[in-house]
Design a protein around this ligand. Structure first.
Ligand code: ZN
Length: 105
């Protein structure tokens, strides 16, 4: 997996950890801020993973993406439409997943 993707993932993990810690002892404002940071870290990853992808061919929405573990320490990228559960493709790199998505297969 690319280093760039790893750094997005690390940002998410760090934000998630901070959020979890604040749930124990943080103020409401701290928690909301941590939640915003987590949300934007996740959306940065999605933006990175879906770069170059076309809107969903069925509903026209921009696709969502996530990193899926596929066993043996391997991961793949899954791109799919949140409105159309059957529209979902996988690839071992973001570029391959985007290509498969854009092919519409
Ligand atoms: Zn759709």
């Amino acid at each position: 997996m690319g280093n760039q993707m790893k750094s997005f993932q690390q940002a998410i993990d760090a934000a998630q950890q901070r959020y979890n810690e604040l749930q124990e002892e943080g103020s409401r404002a701290d928690l909301e801020e941590a939640s915003d940071v987590l949300r934007s870290a996740r959306s940065a990853l999605v933006t990175f993973l879906t770069a170059g992808s076309k809107p969903c061919q069925v509903c026209g929405c921009m696709p969502h993406a996530l990193v899926q573990p596929v066993g043996k320490g391997l991961q793949c990228i899954e791109i799919g439409c949140l409105n159309c559960p059957h529209r979902r493709v996988r690839g071992f790199t973001p570029a391959l997943a985007v290509e498969a998505w854009n092919d519409g297969s």
